[in-house]
Design a protein around this ligand. Structure first.
Ligand code: LHQ
Length: 256
């Protein structure tokens, strides 16, 4: 694994750390393949929750602007480098938590918004950045930021490029929680462990249902809901959940 992306595991939680701290973890070519490899590692059955975070004081500030001029075809760079990881995060059958420890800008902001859950350190900032250099949002941002905020707010923010504080991000529902910087690592680990203890297949199928509902009719959503509920009832975790309810005890889910 390239050292621009690190992975570490604690119990059932895999943490993926973007690791170019002197550039606030801006994306350069090799990082995409390394992130793809880390996301493959996350597919293992023993991984039940994934955290994506940044090394040092940044989360990720998007495309490395130093490398930008050496990219011959921007469209191809998006299609070949960025898009596969957007799709891999959505296809991952477990919750993916963006632990936004510092500035999230451009495609780094998009990356946070592609994830299932966002938690922010108090000092984190959210910067659309694209328009500030005459570009349009990319790397999944238009889809996921609009989905999170609704069109009027998403458009006003993305097209004006202004920096959002963690407090404003919480107020807007862009993040679910803001934590003081000193406690951020500890709280992220605690939150990830909570997600990892849930019935992973039910969480994954909920993710699938919600993604599907974005672009499907009511009839199609009802069809998929019935199909996935039938699959959920066959999971070991459903057996455990139902038994634990009857026996008035806390369920011990195993993610299968
Ligand atoms: C950086 C970067 C950076 C390199 C900070 N690159 N070094 C486009 C085209 C192609 C394909 C795919 O996608 C895209 C989409 C994009 O992602 S376009 C948007 C690219 N990102 C930006 O435009 C963000 C630019 N950065 C900033 O506006 C600021 O750095 C923010 C507001 C994020 C943080 O500000 P500060 O906390 O004040 O930090 P800083 O500006 O002092 O940055 C620290 C260092 O990181 C600094 O290097 P230095 O050697 O001077 O210490 C920056 O040059 C470097 N850095 N962003 N994207």
């Amino acid at each position: 694994m390239s050292e621009t992306v690190l992975t570490s595991r604690a119990g059932s939680v895999l943490t993926i750390t973007l690791n170019r701290p002197d550039k606030l973890n801006a994306f350069e070519a090799s990082m995409h393949a390394a992130l793809r490899e880390a996301l493959r590692e996350a597919e293992a059955a023993h991984v039940r929750a994934v955290v994506i975070t940044g090394a040092g004081r940044g989360f990720c500030v998007g495309q490395d602007l130093g490398e930008f001029k050496r990219i011959p075809q921007i469209g191809d760079a998006l299609r070949e480098r960025y898009h596969p990881n957007v799709l891999a995060i959505r296809a991952l059958e477990k919750p993916v938590i963006a632990a936004v420890n510092g500035p999230a800008a451009g495609a780094g902001l998009s990356l946070a918004c592609v994830c299932d859950i966002r938690i922010a350190a108090e000092s984190a900032t959210f910067v659309p950045a694209f328009v500030n250099i005459g570009l349009v949002p990319d790397a999944g941002g238009p889809y996921f930021i609009r989905r999170l905020l609704g069109t009027p707010r998403a458009f006003e923010w993305m097209a004006s490029g202004r920096r959002l504080s963690s407090e404003q991000a919480l107020e807007w529902g862009l993040v679910s929680e803001v934590v003081e910087d000193a406690r951020f690592g500890e709280r992220t680990a605690e939150l990830a462990a909570t997600w990892a203890a849930l019935p992973t297949r039910a969480v994954a199928m909920t993710k699938q249902l919600f993604d599907h509902a974005e672009r499907a009719s009511l009839e199609d959503t009802l069809r998929l809901e019935a199909e996935l509920q039938a699959a959920a009832t066959e999971s070991e975790d459903f057996g455990e959940g139902a038994s634990a309810f009857r026996e008035k005890r806390k369920p011990q889910f195993r993610g299968r």
